[in-house]
Design a protein around this ligand. Structure first.
Ligand SMILES: *Cc1c(COP(=O)(O)O)cnc(C)c1O
Length: 386
């Protein structure tokens, strides 16, 4: 049986031609031309002054924190429910991640919980646009501004989402994006930081290239930096994908709409939708199983897997991961964040790849309904095939 994939790219001849062109031309004096073109187009799309192309979103968050001067003794607030890449760079720099609770409706950072996490050591907060949704940014920004706290928006999953007319990635001092192969716009691996502040931009450029100012030909490095550059082949792919961004986002929204129509009649699950004022690019369709007791998320994912449906458990609370077991804030967070624990235990991402058909989405919904209804998965798979 052909599996129904969770996530992946939508590549056309346009992208293939762009990469072939770069492979032939992006050398010698033109070695960085594609990267610069991609940066300019990406900044223009977001209405940002600067965009910096990078090898990943993880490196974008790392550089953002480093450029802000964050290090040992500093605290950075992150939401419990996110990919580890939001918090790992905090640890790279010897700073302490502080885990805040999320909101029931969006699974995004709770402004109240964030406010409650602030101490004299808090230097930054990293709200995450989870699965394409956008947290209550007006309130998060107000709390941050009152405390002199920098905001890094992790928009890895939300390119093309909007909040009160502004684009995802524009609600912090720095916005960070991922172009990993699972994301809405892909370069295979890749990332971008966007920002308006000139001094911070310059600092990021120096840190990105082994402590050298842009254009340096002296080879006398001013400090030890990082090596975080995007290749021309990735940039060419990204630029071609960006040219199709409206189409990519529209397809994601259409897939969500197919699910919404089929799942409305299924009271045992709650589909994560859009809050007022938000237009989500719906990176991954997410449902929370509401009916108690209901299957645990791992059992649900396994049962769907047996039917050829690649579902995925919603992220586990960061404070529950072995990776953060000994992190200074983890024990407090495990007691303090009940919403994260509850939604994570009952949340599942459903196939959302842009290559899906409406028929495949209908099949996923039928399987979900059958699994929640308790029929053994093997019998369902057999009846689906007949
Ligand atoms: C994918 C992702 C990242 C990391 O992106 P990479 O490009 O793989 O480094 C960071 N944060 C979130 C929320 C993500 O989903």
């Amino acid at each position: 049986m052909k599996r129904i994939p969770l996530a992946g790219p939508w590549i056309t001849e346009r992208e293939v031609a762009a990469v072939a062109e770069a492979a032939a031309s992006a050398w010698y004096a033109d070695a960085h031309a594609h990267e610069e073109r991609f940066e300019r187009a990406f900044a223009a799309y977001h209405g940002a002054r600067f965009a910096v192309a990078l090898p990943s979103c993880t490196s974008a968050i790392h550089l953002a924190l480093a450029a802000l001067g964050i290090g040992p003794g500093d605290e950075v607030v992150v939401p419990e429910i996110t990919w580890i890449a939001t918090a790992a760079p905090v640890a790279y720099l010897g700073a302490t991640p502080v885990f805040a609770d999320v909101e029931e409706e969006t699974l995004c950072l709770s402004p109240d919980s964030f406010a409650g996490c602030i101490t004299p050591r808090t230097r930054a907060v990293i709200p995450v646009d989870l699965y394409g949704a956008i947290p209550e940014m007006d309130r998060i920004r107000a709390v941050a501004a009152a405390g002199g706290i920098a905001v890094i928006e992790d928009a890895a999953e939300a390119i093309g989402s909007e909040y009160r007319g502004g684009k995802a990635g524009r609600f912090g001092d720095i916005g960070a994006f991922s172009f990993h192969g699972s994301k809405t716009l892909t370069t295979g691996e890749g990332g971008m930081a966007i920002l308006d502040d000139e001094a911070l931009h310059r600092r990021i450029l120096v840190l990105r290239d082994h402590g050298r100012a842009p254009g340096d030909t002296s080879y006398r490095n001013a400090e030890v930096g990082f090596k975080y550059r995007m290749s021309a082949l990735q940039a060419a792919l990204g630029l071609a994908q960006l040219g199709r961004i409206d189409e990519l986002v529209a397809r994601k929204r259409r897939i969500h709409d197919w699910y919404r129509r089929r799942l409305t009649g299924l009271p045992s699950v709650r589909l994560i939708g859009e809050r007022d004022g938000v237009r989500s690019s719906h990176w991954l369709v997410t449902v929370i199983v509401e009916e108690a007791p209901g299957p645990a998320k791992d059992d649900l994912v396994a049962a769907l897997g047996e039917c050829g449906v690649d579902a995925r458990p919603v992220f586990h609370p960061l404070s529950s991961l072995p990776a953060f077991r000994d992190s200074p804030d983890a024990e407090r967070a495990r007691r303090a964040n009940p919403v994260a624990a509850r939604v994570s235990a009952r949340g599942v991402n459903l196939p959302s790849a842009p290559v899906l058909t409406e028929k495949e989405v209908a099949y996923v919904c039928d399987r979900l309904e059958a699994v929640l209804g308790g029929a053994p998965p093997s019998r369902q798979a057999a009846s689906a095939a007949s």
